[in-house]
Ligand binder design. Sequence first.
Ligand code: GRF
Length: 216
Amino acid sequence: MAEPCNVVVLISGSGSNLQALIDDLHGAGSPARIRAVISNRADAAGLSRARAAGIDTRVLDHTRYAGREAFDAALIAEIDAFEPQLVVLAGFMRILSGGFVRHYQGRLLNIHPSLLPRHKGLDTHRRALEAGDAEHGCSVHFVTEELDGGPLVVQAVLPIEADDTPERLATRVHHREHLIYPLAVRWFAEGRLRLGADGAMLDGAKLPATGHLIRT
Ligand code: GRF
């Protein structure tokens, strides 16, 4: 059997998406292996999840670096020591420099809690409610230099209900995140997903602009 795809996961916080990846990808026959989890915060709860699963962890405190370029250069060195074929952003709360993004072009994925291109940035659940959106959800995308703007791989769509609050919506969206992120990482690890010249490709065919849509 082919060697599993080495994955490095970057986090800053709770790491519930990391946990979903750990749960989905552990075990014999998995197409991917999480080689390391790197956090910019020493108190990120996700670090304990990684340690509990026997995964190497590193902390790189961005406040100790002179600026974004210096931090990103150090981060690249830490990541590349693990020789990953794929780098996964799972709640990594840092804007990445163009140099970093270009270094991992085509092998850098992010998950975002909205139906991109709607609601880029933060506070997405409240903004979806305030906008009167009928639907909301989450997106996995390849990372490019445009913040939250790279080609979409998969979206989970859910209806907004009349009595939804930002908190209720966040819980329901999070549940979907934990389904679609492992799916996308598996596709990549199996060699089914790649970034083509004009968008994300699955099984050799260009994905629609929304990515693969899952309605629940
Ligand atoms: C998720 O909502 C994800 O979409 C966003 O950051 C959050 C991370 O949550 N990028 P967790 O740390 O995985 O629980």
